[in-house]
Design a protein around this ligand. Sequence first.
Ligand SMILES: NC(=O)c1ccc[n+]([C@@H]2O[C@H](COP(=O)([O-])OP(=O)(O)OC[C@H]3O[C@@H](n4cnc5c(N)ncnc54)[C@H](O)[C@@H]3O)[C@@H](O)[C@H]2O)c1
Ligand SMILES: O=c1ccn([C@@H]2O[C@H](COP(=O)(O)OP(=O)(O)O[C@H]3O[C@H](CO)[C@@H](O)[C@H](O)[C@H]3O)[C@@H](O)[C@H]2O)c(=O)[nH]1
Length: 466
Amino acid sequence: MQTHIKNICCIGAGYVGGPTMAVIADKNPHVKVTVVDINAKRIAAWNDEDVSSLPVYEPGLSDVIQRARGRNLFFSTEVEQAIDQADMIFISVNTPTKTYGKGKGMAADLKYVELCARQIASVAKTDKIVVEKSTLPVRTAQAIKTILDQTGNGVNFQILSNPEFLAEGTAIKDLEEADRVLIGGEESEAGQKAIQALVNIYAAWLPKERILTTNVWSSELSKLTANAFLAQRVSSINSISELCEATGANVKEVAKAIGLDSRIGSKFLQASVGFGGSCFQKDILNLVYISKSLGLTEVADYWEQVIIMNDHQKRRFAEKIVQTLFNTVSDKKIAFLGWAFKKDTNDTRESAAIYVADQLMDEQAKIRVFDPKVSETQMQTDLNYLNTRSEAENEALLKATEDPYQACKDAHAIAILTEWDEFKTYDWKKVYEQMKKPAFIFDGRRILDRKELEAIGFRVYRIGEN
Ligand SMILES: NC(=O)c1ccc[n+]([C@@H]2O[C@H](COP(=O)([O-])OP(=O)(O)OC[C@H]3O[C@@H](n4cnc5c(N)ncnc54)[C@H](O)[C@@H]3O)[C@@H](O)[C@H]2O)c1
Ligand SMILES: O=c1ccn([C@@H]2O[C@H](COP(=O)(O)OP(=O)(O)O[C@H]3O[C@H](CO)[C@@H](O)[C@H](O)[C@H]3O)[C@@H](O)[C@H]2O)c(=O)[nH]1
């Protein structure tokens, strides 16, 4: 197995496969990188001349794409051809929570990963390094290896685990200036050679000391653990936010006071309406499921609490709105500013906004949403996925607008669900004048200036203070 890779294939052109491969290609101009996907529409969007139409919105991504695309970075639906030609194949397909059968609602659904393994096995005619980029339960590499070895054409496969730690909205920066890259592989000579081949790819731009090598199981488990720790911090500060509201303490002051302790650190202590995104909940549920399967009940319960607290935080935000609006929101217009799960992304998976909207719609509120990057079609898809009511009812109760002032016009209340920077720059006096009175703002992200809003006449609620 060679340690200098010339041809990479990545299966899955999503939020991870697209940006990750774009940066790898950008930094390794002599390596041909082909990103393949079965979703032809997505591939067409990656190939669009107009880079504002890329399927993933990430600051800085379009520049990287413009530099590398057509030079050594290609997007294609020709999965088999790309597998055949590659020395190294990344699997970067989705691994959602299972929605059926054993482990429903908890375990990771590995069917897409298994399909990739089977396809690689049937197509490969030369030795390949297969890299798990998707987030997978610990010991998945074993299953992939068994499939490759049992169903392949007798060629040699080395499996590496190389989990991705990028966060959406900062993906390009996270990739270009990664805190660390983790590569897990076999301890055998062939395993070490495969590790070296992947180290060489990252060493094109990252200092060697940031490229960590471990055994496969440590690498797989480290990814789930990192997300569990990060989400735990958010749930921890969110639990304190409720205590602050009940006592007169201010969560911002508490977060600052504890964050200055270098053992605790200041990051990821921003109280919010609850964490969203495609990873935190899915990966913790997966960790809980694995722990339960191994009979580790206390470990499972410990981590499950992070999810329970997050669900509570979303629910209590919606309840606060209903309660404050004199215990009814029926037929009242509530403007949502933000739908994405965080700023600077068009991704809405597991966004708190979906759940808060759903709860308010149960109370017959009329929701008008403005998000700078999310379409109404996406919002409706998110709501329909919950199956709470018919598509027609969702369409009647929730509509998007292209203009934030229009969303807020005649509203009884505004709820801030995403921390988009532009919300801070609005003419809040103008917004106030066009609203029903008393005009309420529920700041689920703590981004607006409370004093300024109150001086205008708004009644303000912010997570974590009273
Ligand atoms: N989104 C993130 O920020 C993030 C960060 C780190 C890790 N991860 C992990 O990375 C993985 C991918 O996440 P994502 O957000 O990029 O998912 P995604 O849904 O955006 O992209 C996955 C892509 O894989 C394609 N695909 C599925 N099966 C295929 C097959 N057999 N052949 C070809 N294409 C196939 C899908 O069509 C889809 O476009 C997941 O395991 C996730 O947990 C995600
Ligand atoms: O102090 C904080 C920090 C985050 N959040 C929320 O937590 C969620 C997740 O945010 P973030 O972690 O920044 O984005 P993700 O893109 O979900 O990235 C996480 O999940 C990825 C997928 O596994 C990992 O690769 C990243 O390292 C990990 O940060 C979002 O809803 C944020 O608004 C808070 O409410 N308060």
